[in-house]
Design a protein around this ligand. Structure first.
Ligand code: NDP
Length: 305
């Protein structure tokens, strides 16, 4: 399991000071810094005959998914990784996808397999994720992987929460004894995020659609993570003065622009630090996907020695 919530006394280079109250946690800058290190490691592994390789499976024509997959494949190229993209029509027979996953599980060029979600309705998404070998589950979505995460054992940390933790780690923000509130309880973001914050020493509250007084809960948060899927849902009056706000949401507005689950304009006036959308949690998610793929390749190289 990667280091999370590690204290670091170095000054934080990813805050860009602009004329506003909160400092901006720049996911592009932090991602670029980490990815530069990945390239060097990938080249070292390639010299040992193990170039990190990622296979991405995309079913259907969802425009957002197509953008995410393109960014992941481009991220691989920049980091010196091998990658493959397998695309299927929305009405593809699931057996064809299961067969491809089985083939990729056995392919030594591939160290990570990612199935872009959401899948069409005729797929059993859980069964598809379970078909990925646990050694190649670089998204960290398999139940087995989440179980290891809960127990603090070695695992692939789900990429979006992993990226969020990197902001704290790089900023030298200690989470010990902090009150953290995660809004959203999905298996891929909210739950693993809460677990990582707890492992790092925070006292964690998870809020969701049935939470009685969301605002009161949010106002207690030294660290507030929004993973809801509702544009600008968390407003400045829900943010505790000086809180660190991580906005995981990616929503497309009617004018085509992207926005997060946090109302950035009002929240930045209250928070001490905040991630923007775009340019915050999104690029860090892809960065940590690359980190997990690299880790998988490192395990293979170590086993060869
Ligand atoms: P889900 O739809 O799976 O989960 C949303 C969560 O928000 C649910 O737990 C839901 O509660 C909760 N919620 C919904 N409405 C409310 C409300 N009114 N008050 C409180 N809680 C509420 O979404 P994901 O976790 O998959 O994604 C969340 C967001 O993050 C989305 O915008 C998504 O696009 C984005 N995302 C971004 C990524 C990135 O790379 N930056 C990666 C993955 C996701 P309940 O469980 O009760 O229904």
């Amino acid at each position: 399991m990667g280091k999370s919530g590690v204290e670091n006394s170095e000054p934080f280079p990813f805050f860009s000071e602009i004329n506003m109250t909160a400092q901006i946690l720049d996911g592009n800058a932090l991602g670029q810094k980490l990815r530069a290190g990945f390239k060097q490691k990938a080249d070292e592994l390639a010299a040992q005959g193990v170039r990190p390789g990622l296979a991405v499976i995309l079913v259907g024509e969802d425009p957002a998914s197509q953008v995410y997959v393109r960014n992941k494949v481009n991220g691989c190229a920049q980091a010196g990784f091998y990658s493959e993209k397998h695309t299927y029509a929305p009405d593809v027979d699931p057996k064809i996808v299961f067969d491809k996953i089985a083939e990729l599980n056995a392919d030594p060029k591939i160290h990570g397999i990612l199935v872009q979600l959401p899948l069409p309705k005729h797929f059993d998404a859980e069964a598809v994720l379970d078909a990925i070998s646990s050694e190649k589950d670089v998204d960290g979505f398999r139940a087995e992987n989440i179980g290891a995460l809960v127990q603090g054992q070695r695992c692939f940390i789900p990429c979006t929460p992993y990226g969020a933790m990197k902001f704290f780690e790089e900023a030298g923000i200690s989470l010990k004894g902090k009150d953290a509130v995660v809004v959203g309880r999905s298996n891929i973001v909210g739950k693993p995020m809460a677990m990582l914050l707890m492992h790092a020493g925070a006292t964690v509250t998870i809020c969701h659609s049935q939470t009685k007084d969301l605002k009161a809960n949010c106002l207690r948060a030294d660290v507030l993570v929004a993973a809801i899927g509702r544009p600008k849902f968390i407003t400045g009056d829900m943010v505790k003065p000086g809180a660190v706000v991580i906005d995981v949401g990616i929503n497309r507005l009617p004018d085509g622009k992207l926005c997060g689950d946090v109302d950035f304009e009002s929240a930045k006036e209250v928070a001490s630090a905040i991630t923007p959308v775009p340019g915050g949690a999104g690029p860090m998610t892809i960065t940590m996907l690359l980190a997990n793929t690299l880790e998988s390749a490192e395990r293979v190289a170590a086993a060869k020695k």
